[in-house]
Design a protein around this ligand. Structure first.
Ligand code: FRU
Length: 483
């Protein structure tokens, strides 16, 4: 079948089945596929007058399968309008998947650069694959025409994927992830082009120390507040204390030289359980905005049976202050999605709990948490999760109460001072921001009993200041899939 016919088939399937997603768990304001599976965000950009978000998508089931590119557009980064599927695997060079990539506007057209993936042996056998970088273009930003392979892998590299493109002056650059076969070492390779079609390799901008990471997925290199940042999803790093405990992590390192990044400088971007494959875009007003997959490889993925699986985070504004990364939900989230407000003022809780009335199904909660000598204090969301400060460990932690999921994820903080906490609670996910974005925790959860929101304290009296709850409005156009 032709590419257009396969795209049409996918769109018809989505239209016919989109009402079958489980409305009780489907995200109300996070972007998810109308039906089926999502993983990495792709092609996040502002182009042809609006924001575009593409994503790794299998439209026929809530499981990973031959990758398509789903597509949504937005004028404000928080209300998304579903568009037809943009790419479907159809050619010899991408027949087993249109893997991750990025997008750029050039001469009035929107170009996608993505990885064509082919299994050379059995499907799923990672030891025999072919990956090449491919181009597709669109006049209207909606219907894409494939333009073929533009970059072949260099000698000795088989895993070769996830190109992130940008422009500097009249030149285009991209970075992608590569795995050196002989030494099983991860690299970020950089390429340069004049026309998006012919590319020359400029060599590695980052190489993993021998025996550490074996692959850098979804690399992204961008300027940030006077430095250059490389964000990437390294595979193969071992857990290190309270860090790197997820099956896959996403990390950042900064540098003064955009062609050299030190893997020793890597720090995890998000402290939670479900955060992977970031991608950034530049907003027209100069903000650097980051998106990510709100899920994780090797999760039990309970929403398989809900006919949808995976969503993307609320886009975050990035900044660097004193060498530290800050990430905050985009200002449009506060302006457009926050509704009715309930204020509770200061709440002192002594060896017990205080129920925050829960008339809002999806909530934004904010407060300042002062442990004030208590041993442990925080907030509990039904039987889904607890976010708490623990004096003995000097940590803030997020624990999902379902024992089948991984344990608590934590960050060290000074608990002798109060900390500002913001929680964004959707039907099956939470995003938590600490101290105006100095730390973030992102996690999916699968509990139906999530209406109760309690502040609690044990062994002492904790003080919660400026306790506020807001309703979060359903993202307006999420369900208007009508092709
Ligand atoms: C990261 C990733 C990418 C790849 C895509 C396939 O999650 O493994 O490296 O392009 O997912 O869906």
């Amino acid at each position: 079948m032709s590419h257009q016919a396969l795209v049409k088939k996918a769109n018809q399937y989505l239209s016919a089945h989109r009402r079958e997603v489980n409305a009780a768990t489907y995200p109300r304001f996070h972007l998810a596929a109308p039906y089926g599976w999502i993983n990495d965000p792709n092609g996040f950009c502002h182009a042809l007058g609006q924001y575009h978000m593409f994503y790794q998508h299998y439209p026929y089931d809530a499981q990973w399968g031959p990758m398509h590119w789903g597509h949504a557009v937005s004028t404000d980064l928080v209300n998304w309008h579903h568009c037809p599927v943009a790419l479907a695997p159809s050619e010899d060079y991408d027949k087993d998947g249109c893997f991750s990539g990025s997008a750029i506007e050039h001469e009035g057209k929107l170009y996608l650069i993505y990885t064509g993936h082919v299994w050379l042996g059995k499907a799923g056998d990672d030891s025999a694959i072919r990956e090449v970088q491919c181009l597709a273009s669109s006049e209207d930003g909606i219907i894409f025409k494939k333009e073929g392979v533009i970059i072949e892998p260099p000698e000795g590299i088989m895993h070769f994927r996830d190109p992130k493109v940008w422009r500097e002056g009249s030149d285009f650059y991209l970075v992608l992830g590569a795995r050196l076969q002989e030494t099983d070492t991860a690299q970020i390779l950089k390429y340069r082009s004049k026309d998006l079609k012919k590319w020359e390799c400029m060599g590695p901008v980052m190489t993993a120390p021998q025996g550490e990471a074996f692959m850098y997925e979804c690399p992204d290199v961008f300027p940030l507040d006077g430095k250059f940042a490389a964000a990437l999803s390294p595979m193969g790093l071992k857990p290190d204390g309270i860090e790197r405990n997820n099956p896959s992590i996403t990390a950042m390192t900064t540098s003064d030289d955009q062609n050299h990044f030190d893997p020793q400088g890597l720090f995890e971007i998000d402290c939670g359980h479900d955060f992977y494959a970031t991608q950034t875009a530049l907003a027209p007003d100069g903000r650097r905005i980051m998106t990510a997959w709100l899920a994780m490889w090797k999760l039990p993925f309970r929403s398989y049976r809900d006919n949808w699986c995976g969503s993307l985070i609320i886009p975050r504004e990035l900044s660097l202050k004193d060498g530290k990364l800050f990430q905050k939900p985009v200002q449009e989230f506060y302006q457009k999605l926050l509704g009715a407000k309930q204020e509770f003022g200061t709440v002192s809780v002594e060896n017990g709990s205080f129920n925050l009335c829960s008339k809002f199904k999806c909530r934004y909660a904010s407060f300042t948490l002062d442990l004030n000598g208590a041993e442990n204090a925080g907030v509990r969301l039904g039987d889904a999760l607890v976010f708490y400060a623990d004096r003995q460990h000097g940590e803030l932690s997020l624990l999902r109460l379902d024992k089948k999921l991984f344990g608590a994820r934590s960050v060290k903080v000074d608990l002798s001072v109060p900390h500002k906490i913001e929680m964004i609670i959707d039907q099956s996910s939470v995003e938590i921001f600490v101290d105006d974005g100095l730390h973030a925790f992102t996690a999916a959860f699968y509990s139906k009993r999530r209406d109760k929101l309690d502040l609690y304290a044990s062994n002492g009296t904790a003080k919660f200041d400026q306790v506020t709850l807001c309703k979060v409005k359903e993202c307006q156009k999420k369900r208007s899939f009508d092709f």
